[in-house]
Design a protein around this ligand. Structure first.
Ligand code: LLP
Length: 431
């Protein structure tokens, strides 16, 4: 099986986190998001201990909530004393709603409004990651008006192409995010911010991209970021106490993807950083990383009910399910690979090639093309694996479909964390 939380029981049904998925589909209806909480906690602890031993004891992973965000999850993360990366007031409001201590939050985004900045300062967000000179000037003014001092990292673009999908590649000089080291704009920004009264500069942030399998791009990013830090120290006497290397570590979606060890990758990056710091005569900075996908993807599974099987002779076999691009837009957007299983007959070998489509009024509404499945029939439960990241968080009400419920699984028990939307929810704001 793709992940150790996926199994088959004596009925031949697929289990997830030890629970029968066919039973869950019956109990809660479909489409249904499942989240394996114990797996998330395990991954959070793995990241924490790997980072503390590879870097400094106060180094921290920050979970990137853009991958998955709802109140119950932040309750779990608060218990784990986790840091978080938030990218909108909606995200940090959700965390606050869970009682999360926002002093452990980093606020990102390439266009934070004045209201966003004010709200972040008011709610005690721990770090604001300033994305541009315009934003730095605005923040200096707003913090001054509020009689506060903002704790800031500067988002830099180190000029690295990790060779993943263009749409999720963010570290190159021509990115809409951050300020480029290569052009000299980053240095100008630091110089300016060091002169501000209402901003305390803690250091620099970069994020190179997502679904990066290799360690090399992270090592290259560390190289550029620490090289920049050494440069600034020499010219301005400011040595950054914090460096944030962003998120991006990959996840195994299909059998052909390589196995990944996050702790091994972190140890490798740590070793490189140690030799680099010595060469640059820098003190060990506190290191942050922002794993989103790799914290939660393999903790998720989506269940659908099969509605029809259409075999177009000499062309394709369509299997239609009761969800689609509204709950998982990732194939439509990026042709992302996924592993699919007929959960009702998980003990039977795949004997059928299927193009799995959703119920939206759009030909591109596909979950996956040409996948092997045990031939499904109307009423069978279809499971899509590894949907914990960027599925629930990217869902929409396209075609006025209701957002599915999200059920948390822990220690063999299930509990509802997000209710299925109702038709009343759909029209709640309509006047
Ligand atoms: N930090 C920053 C500043 C980011 O922009 C991102 C992702 C992360 C951390 C987390 O990256 P991760 O560890 O999850 O790779 N919707 C796309 C992914 C967009 C990622 C955007 N930024 C997808 O479904 O693949």
């Amino acid at each position: 099986m793709l992940s150790d939380n996926i199994n088959i029981n004596e009925k031949g049904h697929l289990t997830f986190a030890g629970v029968d998925t066919v039973d869950l589909a019956k109990k809660y209806g479909t489409p249904l998001y499942l989240i394996d909480e114990d797996k998330i906690v395990g991954r959070v602890r793995e990241y924490k201990s790997a980072m503390k031993s590879a870097f400094t004891p106060d180094s921290e992973p920050c979970f990137a909530g853009k991958a998955l965000c709802y109140t119950d999850l932040y309750r779990t993360l608060e218990k784990e004393n986790m840091w978080i990366d938030v990218v909108s007031p909606g995200e940090f409001y959700t965390a606050k709603n869970a009682g999360f201590d926002l002093s452990r939050a980093m606020f990102h985004g390439n266009n934070k409004t004045d209201d966003d900045l004010r709200m972040a300062l008011q709610m005690g967000v721990g770090r604001i990651v300033v994305d541009s000179l315009d934003e730095a000037i605005a923040l200096e003014g707003i913090a001054g008006e509020m009689g506060m001092k903002a704790s800031v990292l500067l988002r830099l673009t180190p000029g690295i192409d990790p060779h993943t999908l263009k749409a999720i590649n963010t570290g190159t000089v021509d990115s809409k995010f951050g300020v480029a080291i290569e052009t000299g704009d980053a240095e100008k920004l630091v110089e300016k911010v060091l002169g501000f009264k209402n901003i305390t500069l803690y250091g620099y942030h970069c994020h190179i991209g997502s679904q990066v399998f290799d360690c090399a791009p992270f090592i290259e990013a560390s190289d550029r970021m620490l090289g920049f830090s050494a440069d600034i120290k020499e010219k301005y006497g400011f040595e950054a106490p914090e460096i944030n290397l962003g998120g991006g570590m990959a996840v195994k979606y299909v059998e052909s993807d390589p196995e990944i060890s996050y702790s091994k990758n972190i140890a490798e990056i740590g070793e490189y950083i140690d030799t680099l710091l010595e060469k640059l005569s820098l003190k060990k900075p506190r290191i942050f990383m922002e794993p989103g996908r790799s914290t939660v993807a393999d903790s998720g599974m989506t269940l659908y009910t099969v509605g029809s099987v259409k075999c177009i002779k000499d062309y394709k076999n369509y299997v239609s399910v009761d969800g689609g691009m509204a709950d998982n837009p990732r194939y439509a957007l990026y042709e992302s690979p996924y592993t699919l299983i007929n959960a009702s007959y998980a003990d039977k070998a795949p004997d059928f090639k299927a193009t799995v489509g959703g119920r939206c009024c759009e030909s591109g509404d596909l979950i996956q093309e040409r996948v092997g499945l045990f031939r499904p029939e109307r009423g069978d439960i279809l499971a899509v694996c590894t949907t914990g990241a960027y599925n629930f968080s990217m869902s929409s009400n396209y075609n006025r479909l209701l957002r599915p419920a999200l059920v948390t699984l822990s220690a063999g028990k299930d509990r509802i964390s997000v209710k299925r939307q109702t038709f009343e929810d759909l029209v709640r704001n309509d006047l």
